[in-house]
Design a protein around this ligand. Structure first.
Ligand SMILES: Cc1cc2nc3c(=O)[nH]c(=O)nc-3n(C[C@H](O)[C@H](O)[C@H](O)COP(=O)(O)OP(=O)(O)OC[C@H]3O[C@@H](n4cnc5c(N)ncnc54)[C@H](O)[C@@H]3O)c2cc1C
Length: 448
């Protein structure tokens, strides 16, 4: 018989979302347990490439309650430092995190409030009955690779979450598909290591790293863009190309081309020999440029309206000519002839809630939720892209979303605690032994 415990809230996942959730639940006095299948911030440790640093400076990419004491506020710190930060944070707030515990199933307990959470620690299985469950397993769960190249194509294929460093790849040239923050950084690293790299570029936004002495994260903040509301359901996700690498710099595809990377448009098909690319490279770069210039415009306007004394930076508006590979686009590439032996798919992630057996998903398996509160009373999500705003899936934003979710959990808890006049009168008129039993029953229900 598996061990069974009871608590108010089970939080699944001990990444930044789970740690933030724990802080806010503790602040509200709400008993809870955080279950993490690996270690705290496991994805920062083992699911990212070796040289990754934060995409935002650490004065911003952190929780309010702790600074990165050993770093300059404008630094972009290595991924392992981020993992240590969340470990330290969990310790500081005494977060009740149990590591090495994988949640295998969450089901509604029929005929009584709450859920049954089943887990395994690898050797034993256990169960926890909880009034509420928070799915804090992140937005970046399963690699998403478009079905373009079969496994039998004789090429090494890996997702950006499996890429570690250039030495991991076989000798030869590399195609990197996807030019978001991950794709451009991986392509750059591979090119610097001496490989010929082809980088497939889709639609993107590319804000300036810094403009007029302020980082992009500051501009997003003062211009109200972090707080921008959730886009309509089904709206296209536009990749944001930013980089904290090399001390942080604006990503310009002209620079990548000048370093020797061959840019191509979106990857569309593979016939076993030739990879085909859409003829959209110049358009994608032009739209990225327009986005870049629009941020400069908005920043200039903000400075003007508020009379800020920030240095002018007219050179930021000077964009060079399009690289030759964008003017005369390559629309197909014989991979063997080009010496390409590996493909890195930097094509994003999909969600996986296969363990969560509740009525909180639409037909496509997407969570049905508003600001993390799902369709299934008692089930909450945290860390989803655009859960409440642009910031939701980032370090900075998830802390604020967790606060809201904790509030909602406490509000529901308080409703459950309500006793009517009739309930109280019934308790008062009971013989003392019955009254005790009644109180015991109410307590049991409220803690189950
Ligand atoms: C390459 C990359 C770089 C990024 N850089 C930045 C950055 O610089 N700044 C920033 O703000 N954001 C960044 N992000 C976005 C975001 O901050 C991170 O993805 C972050 O890891 C998300 O935290 P999370 O807690 O929501 O999810 P995760 O970190 O994914 O944590 C979820 C946890 O749940 C655990 N888990 C999953 N399933 C189960 C289960 N069934 N039972 C128990 N545990 C389970 C996992 O082991 C994991 O530890 C980056 C994302 C990527 C992909």
């Amino acid at each position: 018989m598996p061990k069974q415990e009871e608590t108010e809230v089970v939080v699944v996942g001990g990444g930044q979302a789970g740690v933030a959730m724990s802080e806010h639940l503790s602040a509200r006095g709400m008993p809870h347990i955080v279950l993490e299948r690996g270690r705290i911030a496991e994805r920062w440790r083992t699911e990212r490439w070796d040289s990754l640093v934060t995409n935002g400076p650490v004065w911003h990419d952190r929780f309010p309650g702790l600074e990165f004491a050993d770093a300059d506020p404008d630094d972009f710190v290595p991924k392992d430092r981020v993992a240590r930060y969340f470990e330290d944070y969990a310790e500081k707030i005494h977060a009740p995190v149990r590591c090495g515990v994988e949640v295998t199933s969450v089901t509604k307990t029929e005929g009584e409030p709450g859920f049954l959470v089943e887990y395994t620690d690898g050797t034993t299985q256990g169960r926890i009955r909880a009034r509420a469950v928070v799915a804090a397993t992140g937005a970046f769960q399963q690699p998403s690779i478009p079905p373009i190249v079969s496994d039998e194509a004789g090429l090494t294929q890996l997702h950006s979450s499996q890429y570690r460093n250039p030495q991991q790849l076989p000798e030869g040239n590399v195609l990197v598909v996807g030019a978001g923050a991950s794709g451009v950084q991986i392509a750059d690293e591979l090119q610097q290591s001496g490989r010929q790299v082809y980088l497939s570029v889709g639609p993107h936004d590319r804000p300036p790293r810094r403009y007029r002495d302020r980082d992009n994260v500051w501009w997003l903040g003062v211009l109200g863009l972090w707080g921008k509301a959730t886009p309509p359901q089904g709206a296209d996700h536009v990749t944001i190309v930013v980089s904290g690498a090399k001390g942080g710099h604006t990503v310009d595809f002209r620079d990548l081309a000048a370093s020797g990377i061959t840019l191509v448009g979106r990857t569309s098909a593979f016939d076993g020999t030739r990879m085909r690319f859409n003829e959209d490279l110049a358009t994608n770069i032009a739209k990225g440029d327009a986005n870049y210039l629009s941020v400069l415009d908005a920043a200039d306007e903000y400075i003007e309206r508020n009379g800020l004394d920030l240095p002018e930076e007219p050179e930021a508006r000077v964009l060079g000519p399009l690289p030759a590979c964008a003017v005369i686009p390559i629309t197909e590439l014989d991979l063997a002839a080009a010496g390409v032996t590996a493909i890195v798919w930097a094509t994003g992630f999909r969600l996986d809630y296969s363990w969560l057996h509740v009525d909180a998903f639409d037909q496509q398996g997407q969570p049905v939720q508003q600001r993390g509160v799902s369709n299934e009373p008692g089930v909450y999500f945290l860390g989803l892209p655009w859960q409440s705003s642009r910031g939701s899936s980032f370090i900075w934003g998830v802390w604020h979303d967790a606060k809201y979710v904790a509030d909602q959990i406490v509000i529901q808890h308080d409703y459950q605690q309500y006793e009517s006049h009739r309930d109280r009168a019934a308790a008062d008129t009971m013989p003392s032994s019955c009254a005790d039993a009644h109180v015991e029953h109410l307590e049991k229900v409220s803690h189950s």
